[in-house]
Design a protein around this ligand. Structure first.
Ligand SMILES: C[S@@+](CC[C@H](N)C(=O)[O-])C[C@H]1O[C@@H](n2cnc3c(N)ncnc32)[C@H](O)[C@@H]1O
Length: 321
């Protein structure tokens, strides 16, 4: 396993954001949920930095759970690892008898392990079967999306999830090619995208296949749909005083997090009330001004941190509305 796999992004800042909620004295051990366990980098740091916390960690990838299980074994029953999609958080917490928690962390996107394992098909730099499922036990892979979706649907996905301006051009080429032979591997798709784009489009933004791969990955894993349910659910699961930190890696994720936090931090009172009743008061306080970025030093040491955007919020009031 290479060293680069293990560098958790914006780690100290995540710990600092959550610390006041995990260090506060109380009758019971504080509970922190890592909704995206991955290789357990953030989880291990949470267990080690806050010796009284109990960790509940979720991942939809069984291989990630297996590897992290070994890594976190020294922490014994302080860590509970669960195979779940993170929008199942309320059910998982109910099952474990901890409906309210003091901290929640999301480190979104693909893990370095998923990217490094060529046969999972996430990376456009290596030829591999077009799979891209984070949970390989369920759902359809990227090849099936490419081979079976109607052209209009593919264009919509490339535009919405990849912010790909050349979506129509790329999809026309895909449809032409899949009629000759269905797609199975990534190299053929990468080559096709490169060949179908005009020179000018190829000069900007790195590998021309990057946006299409991102779009397929988001579609295959239903990432935004799940996130749209998961962030509000996570906010609802916070006890008063509890804190949430979310690391996003593209603007679609970050926009969604920003909207949920902003809505929670705003009053919902009808305009013109002389005194705002309790039930209309904000239930969140923002802990970050806008999205925080990794330092240049961190990006120089860990290029996977480059696109990261971190937002944090604190629960300041019960849900009363
Ligand atoms: C960027 S990695 C987390 C890395 C981790 N923080 C570390 O330090 O090792 C994201 C992980 O979240 C998982 N994941 C992504 N979407 C998920 C979802 N909807 N539900 C559960 N896990 C998910 C992926 O399988 C992946 O292992």
């Amino acid at each position: 396993m290479s060293q680069t796999r293990h560098v958790p992004v914006m780690l100290q800042r995540c710990l600092d954001l959550l610390a006041p909620a995990l260090e506060a004295p109380g009758p019971q051990a504080p509970v922190v949920v890592d909704c995206t366990l991955g290789l357990g980098g953030h989880s291990e740091a949470l267990l080690s930095a806050f010796p009284s916390v109990r960790l509940i960690a979720l991942d939809r990838d069984k291989e990630a759970l297996r590897l992290s299980g070994e890594r976190l074994a020294p922490y014994g029953d302080r860590a509970t690892l669960v195979h779940a999609v993170y929008d199942e958080l309320p059910e998982v917490l109910d099952r474990l008898g901890t409906p309210k928690v003091q901290g929640v962390l999301f480190d979104l996107g693909v893990s370095s392990m998923q990217l490094d394992e060529a046969d999972r098909g996430f990376a456009y730099a290596q030829d591999a079967p077009l799979d891209m499922r984070m949970d390989q036990t369920t759902g359809i892979g990227a090849a099936e999306v490419l081979n079976t979706y109607p052209p209009g649907e593919l264009v919509r996905i490339l535009r919405a999830y990849g912010e790909e301006k050349q979506a129509k051009r790329i999809v026309s080429a895909i449809v032409r090619e899949r009629e000759k032979e269905p797609f199975s591997n990534s190299a053929r798709l990468v080559e096709l995208i490169r060949d179908s784009l005009p020179q000018a489009a190829k000069r900007t933004g790195g590998n021309p296949a990057k946006r299409t791969f991102q779009a397929l990955r988001i579609e295959v894993n239903g990432e935004l749909t799940v996130l749209e349910r998961a962030i509000p659910a996570a906010v609802r699961s916070l006890a008063v005083g509890g804190r949430i930190a979310v690391l996003s890696y593209h603007s679609l994720e970050d926009r969604l997090v920003k909207q949920v936090f902003a809505a929670g931090a705003a009053t919902t009172a009808p305009p013109g009330l002389p005194v705002v009743p309790e039930r209309y008061q904000p239930r969140l306080k923002l802990l970050t001004r806008g999205a925080e970025l990794p330092t240049e030093e961190e990006v120089a040491e860990n290029r996977r941190a480059a696109p990261a955007r971190l937002r944090g919020a604190q629960r300041i009031r019960e849900e009363e509305r």
